[in-house]
Design a protein around this ligand. Structure first.
Ligand SMILES: [Zn+2]
Length: 418
């Protein structure tokens, strides 16, 4: 079942996955980790070598490049992110290929206890005969999103070598820091200069996503009254107790990630730090609808106010800030990019799946900032952990999908240039 892009995709992912480019939420710099330049610089060089034009690294550390059009058509952008998730070890990734998967359990050379089983992962059971790539057991793989990078590099190389394929101008962008939500700035639509775009950051074959969460973050700071515990009677106000009270008062049985799915939103306490004199609680607020998000903001503020009222000697502040918004709000006004991708997908014999993403993508922010940007599948599975795996043949389908999208985009606008 070897397709023409299989070997190139395999080689690229093996090479890119071995490069450590993990991002770091605690770092204030851009990119958050200097090691991301190992990927950014390499991609800048490789894009130049395959003959892409206008290749540069922008002020926001995004690699951008042009594949000039061979026909009239809208400018279509494609994005993938170079960073890997901070949630799991990403140093010393040793990718390996399992050729012609036999349908059995997959074990890992560096962790004998780790098993990837088709019973627990039904999607894996569908991949008999495929070439699979995994890590070695002690790290994630980083197919999220080096699969996206590999697919876009393969598409770019193929289009540049085959100028007879009709397509409009294409812009490629490789972003840093997607995993920490800082990959897309308001400047990116201006640097990308695309009429619409796609992120290659989805999972199973057929996924064409145009709905994400709307997201805010909240930081609650509690300042108690600090005094030597031996002299504390009727004087000390312990910030840890107030922090516990706030967390305990928030709804746990109805509104946390562990009890919600589908279209339900949640409030998630991500961090709680500090001591008796000062505490900080970090939360993320998620809902598919703005009214739901507004209700969550009200709830968090009310809980803070109630705990504050119970202890006037403490100071409790609650700072809520905007993260990203459901891209559907913009895309539903003009479904052209979604419709194009769906038509291209059906042409490959695959029924498109559009499930709302219980998270955000670079496309959520890019859409909000003015460039409509749905998310396309890459094949990546079990991301952000040691079981992460991907089928090379799924990546090849994603590559075919992108090629079909750019051809269709040019057809819709008609008028061959030559
Ligand atoms: Zn990703």
């Amino acid at each position: 079942m070897t397709r023409k892009f299989d070997q190139e995709l395999e080689d690229r992912l093996m090479r890119y996955a071995a490069i450590d480019s993990q991002s770091d939420e605690t770092s204030p710099s851009t990119p958050s980790t200097p090691i991301q330049f190992d990927m950014l610089n390499l991609l800048q060089q490789e894009l130049t070598e395959i003959g892409a034009q206008d290749v540069e690294i922008t002020g926001d550390s995004v690699v951008v490049a042009t594949i000039p059009g061979t026909a009239e058509g809208p400018t279509v952008g494609f994005l993938a992110h170079v960073d890997t998730a901070p949630q799991f070890n990403a140093t010393g990734v040793k990718p390996r290929v399992i050729k012609g998967y036999n349908g059995g359990e997959i074990t890992f050379p560096d962790d004998p206890d780790l098993v990837l089983s088709p019973e627990e992962h039904p999607y894996l059971a569908e991949k008999i005969g495929h070439d699979l790539i995994t890590a070695s057991g002690t790290t994630l793989l980083g197919a999220d999103d080096k699969a996206g990078v590999s697919i876009l590099m393969t598409m770019a190389r193929h289009l540049i070598e085959n100028p007879d394929i009709p397509h409009g101008p294409i812009r490629i962008a490789f972003t840093p820091d997607e995993e920490i939500g800082r990959g897309v700035t308001e400047q990116l639509p201006k640097d990308l200069k695309a009429d619409f775009a796609y992120t290659l950051d989805g999972q199973e074959v057929g996924e064409i996503e145009y709905e994400s969460f709307s997201a805010d973050r909240a930081v609650i700071k509690i300042t108690g009254v600090s005094i030597h515990p031996g002299l504390a009677k009727e004087k000390m106000v312990n910030a840890t107790h107030l922090a516990a009270k706030i967390v305990q008062t928030l709804p746990q049985a109805t509104l946390t990630p562990e009890v919600t799915d589908g279209r339900e939103g949640f409030i998630h306490v991500t961090d709680m730090n500090g001591g008796s004199s000062e505490m900080e609680i970090k939360l993320i607020l998620r809902d598919f609808e703005m009214e739901g998000l507004e209700a969550q903001r009200d709830l968090v503020r009310k809980v803070c106010d109630a705990v504050q009222a119970s202890e006037p000697r403490a100071t409790i502040t609650c700072d809520i800030s905007h993260q990203y918004r459901n891209m559907r709000y913009w895309l539903e006004k003009d479904m052209t990019p979604v419709d194009l991708a769906r038509a291209a997908c059906r042409e490959l014999g695959i029924e498109p799946l559009s499930v709302p993403i219980r998270g955000g993508t670079d496309g959520s922010r890019l859409t909000e900032f003015g460039t409509p940007c749905p998310n396309l599948f890459t094949g990546m599975q079990c991301i952000h952990g040691p079981l992460e795996w991907i089928s090379v043949q799924d990546m090849a389908l994603a590559t075919e999908l992108c090629l079909s999208v750019v051809t269709k985009a040019a057809q819709t606008s008609g008028n061959m240039r030559s």
